[in-house]
Ligand binder design. Structure first.
Ligand code: NAD
Length: 286
């Protein structure tokens, strides 16, 4: 794989959750290319195995592990596999996450006419949001960051130069319309990143986060593109609000990943959330 620069991760064990997905498979491959032994964790074992195989074929060392970031027993099982096959975790990337239609309104603004008209096919107002849907999205992103941290941090305490990297989002700075659960959950991830950085500051574990702008991946492809390949109205709004006028390429996150993981490069960087967003979070829209 093409890296913007290389860091030396030989002797390190990296655990990446959600690593069967688009962004974090790239993260796993980049860490593997820098010499880390990589545990590729995902709910979907098949995609985890495929990524691990790619890392191995490129000359690295990796293992695919089925793990649900919402189940402590599953995470503890994964930790045992990682310890047995690769060793104790040095680097944890909390990548599993995403939105779900169950936590999403169908319109940007509440419209009194819709309320007066009553139930309509496809209409999900604020009042229709299902508490279980909200809970699912909130848990996946927030608890799905906290629980793997509880499980794998135990390996890091007592070692040197531990690194935890969380994945936040533009929604954490300013919520996007329609997706209150995902926005709230990612704001919680950013807040937790700061809290944890302080909490772990005496045990030599740094905690930071990357807040990606908009990258085309499995979880948002249908939101960004129509069936005929043209961009949706929402994608057009996103591109208008991104000064660089395009989506990001996953490789454009790699430099920030490697910088935040490398103790020599970022040893005094702790508790930050770094936007990689083509200017989205800097732009007021005017
Ligand atoms: P993706 O859908 O390609 O990958 C997500 C992966 O997480 C999938 O492989 C999925 O199987 C896995 N997963 C889902 N639930 C899980 C669970 N309970 N336990 C373990 N694994 C689980 O999406 P992506 O865009 O690559 O997302 C990676 C991270 O980046 C997510 O946290 C997402 O919220 C965040 N993010 C993405 C964007 C973007 O533009 N794509 C922007 C900001 C933040």
């Amino acid at each position: 794989m093409n890296l913007p620069f290389k860091i030396d991760l030989h002797g390190k064990v990296a655990v990446v959750t959600g690593a069967g997905g688009v962004i974090c498979s790239n993260f796993a491959k980049a860490l593997g290319a820098c010499g880390a032994k990589v545990a590729v964790l995902d709910l979907n074992k098949k995609s985890a195995d495929l990524v691990a195989q790619e890392i191995t074929e490129a000359g690295g060392q990796a293992v695919g592990v089925e793990a649900n970031v919402l189940e402590v027993a599953s995470l503890k099982g994964a930790r045992q596999i990682v310890r047995d096959q690769l060793g104790l975790c040095d680097i944890l990337i909390n990548g599993a996450g995403g939105n779900h239609p169950k936590g999403t309104t169908s319109k940007e603004y509440l419209d009194s006419k819709d309320l007066a008209a009553g139930e309509q096919e496809g209409l999900v107002t604020f009042f229709d949001l299902d508490p279980q849907g909200i809970e699912f999205v909130f848990n996946l992103n927030f608890l799905g960051t906290l629980l793997p941290t509880q499980v794998f941090l135990k390996d890091m305490v007592g070692k040197k130069d531990g690194v935890i990297l969380n994945i936040s989002s533009m929604n954490a700075f300013t919520p996007l319309t329609k997706i209150p659960a995902y926005s709230g959950a990612k704001a919680a991830v950013s807040n937790f990143t700061q809290w944890l950085a302080v909490h772990l500051s005496k045990v030599d574990v740094r905690v930071n986060a990357i807040a990606p702008g908009f990258f085309v991946t499995n979880q948002n492809r249908n939101m960004l593109f129509n069936a005929d390949g043209s961009t949706t109205e929402r994608a057009a709004k996103i591109l208008n609000a991104t000064p660089m006028g395009r989506f990001g390429e996953c490789e454009e996150l790699t430099g920030t990943l490697l910088w935040l993981v490398d103790h020599k490069a970022s040893g005094f960087v702790n508790g930050v959330v770094v936007p990689v967003d083509g200017g989205f979070s800097a732009y007021s829209g005017v």
